[in-house]
Design a protein around this ligand. Structure first.
Ligand code: ZN
Length: 168
């Protein structure tokens, strides 16, 4: 079976940056399982996996425009301290917030009594990514998975995505 849209694919991967530093790896964990053709993983990696088979090993270099985008200095912002209420704000803390209808992750850079400086760029924005990938398994997606646009682990959906139409 070849990797194509509507297949569920299991891969092991190690992600390194240009300096050869390991940023993330599935090797110590279970393989990553995802629905191909549903933009569950970054475009540059997904495209390279199309047509591959179980046992395929590949090295994929993904430029920022096919990865997590370029850094955008406009996403360095200051948020009034009072918007955080009683919440303790610490450097390095991350939180999610909706901006123009899109869920974004912000990292706290610094804070003082009046404001909190945050960075809305993805931590890997602007990085060229190197994936060392091995295809572990491929199966047909179920009708539910195709409809929801993501895989269902054993026992059902459990995706917790209120927009995913995953509720009976
Ligand atoms: Zn679902």
């Amino acid at each position: 079976m070849e990797i194509a849209a509507e297949k569920v694919v299991k891969i092991h991967y190690t992600l390194t940056n240009d300096d050869g530093q390991t940023l993330d790896s599935s090797r110590e964990m279970d393989p990553l399982e995802y629905l191909h053709g549903a933009q569950n993983i970054i475009a540059g990696l997904e495209n390279s996996l199309t047509g591959k088979t179980v046992g395929s090993k590949l090295n994929v270099t993904v430029d920022p425009n096919e990865g997590y985008g370029m850094r955008d200095e406009k996403l360095l912002m200051e948020i009034p301290r009072e918007q955080f209420g009683e919440l303790e704000v610490e450097k390095g803390m991350q939180f999610q917030s909706q901006v123009d209808g899109q869920m974004m992750i912000f990292t706290v850079l610094d804070s003082n009594e009046t404001g909190v400086q945050v960075d809305g760029n993805h931590p890997l924005a602007g990085e060229r990514l190197h994936f060392d990938v091995e295809v572990i398994a491929i199966r047909e997606a179920t009708a539910d998975e195709i409809q929801h646009g993501h895989i269902h682990a054993t026992g059902g959906c459990g995706c917790g995505d209120p927009d995913g139409g995953c509720h009976d």
